[in-house]
Design a protein around this ligand. Sequence first.
Ligand SMILES: *[C@@H]1O[C@H](CO)[C@@H](O)[C@H](O)[C@H]1NC(C)=O
Ligand SMILES: *[C@@H]1O[C@H](CO)[C@@H](O)[C@H](O)[C@H]1NC(C)=O
Ligand SMILES: *[C@@H]1O[C@H](CO)[C@@H](O)[C@H](O)[C@H]1NC(C)=O
Length: 266
Amino acid sequence: MKFSSITSLLTLAASVAAVPQKRCAAGNSTLPYTNIAGIDVVDTPLVRKARELMEANFEPFLIRHVYRTWLFGAATIANNATLAAKIDIEAHAVACLLHDLGWDTRDNSPFTSNDKRFEVDAAIYTANFIRENGVKGEWSAHRIQNVWNGISLHGTTSIGLYNEEINVAFIVESINMDFPGPHPKFPVDDYNNIIAKYPMDGLGEGTNKAFTHIATYKPAVTYDTFLEPWGVAFVPGYNPVGHRLFDRGNPNVTSPPPKRSFHSLQ
Ligand SMILES: *[C@@H]1O[C@H](CO)[C@@H](O)[C@H](O)[C@H]1NC(C)=O
Ligand SMILES: *[C@@H]1O[C@H](CO)[C@@H](O)[C@H](O)[C@H]1NC(C)=O
Ligand SMILES: *[C@@H]1O[C@H](CO)[C@@H](O)[C@H](O)[C@H]1NC(C)=O
């Protein structure tokens, strides 16, 4: 599902070139910033490259989703002194922008593997992307590790939200802020401005397509994970029974029985 729109690239190039300012962005930071949908956000060359990578390779619904997660997070930081003092906003930006690289459904995608969960694919690619494109000397192993951990844990909130490193927990939290309705952690006007610029259209359908694709082409990494129901519902022949941890101790129990009905997607 390659999306490669010259128009959107030109629009992005124009928008990122327009505001070369330096001032305190959200939080205690002297990094360059820009303003998107009313929210001050960090604007380093690395963040621009991350934006360009998304814009050049993914469908609009997913580009809008990753921008929302970044902006919801930035709006939250701007309204919380603890976060403003502690969050590495450049690492947060890159992690939010690139967290779904593993959703690429193209053959021979540069972002995905045949044998790893989509979150791990995105974490590995993003860590290498930072090592290659970040300013040398600025990216300690710890900063990169925070990005890797935040991205790889973003689908497992029952663990990720409780990470002792606030930079990891807050990447997970930001990515999971993308559900409809204003968020208590930042003003409703911010929410409305972000949604007006990056509407949620297509997210449900796009999620179904991406997860069904993954359950079709690498089912082994979806058994016993939150992707399993997409395989059960939408992939002919997909059967997690025998592949779950549960099955090791309960070899004769197939309940609940696997559903094999296939409902084609729009
Ligand atoms: C920014 O952080 C530094 C070091 O943590 C601190 O000394 C300084 O007072 C902070 N500045 C603001 C404006 O909060
Ligand atoms: C600010 O963020 C921290 C870390 O997520 C959280 O523990 C705290 O409750 C927040 N403070 C307010 C006033 O929301
Ligand atoms: C599972 O079923 C087989 C065949 O009926 C039986 O031999 C085996 O003991 C059962 N295993 C368990 C753990 O119940």
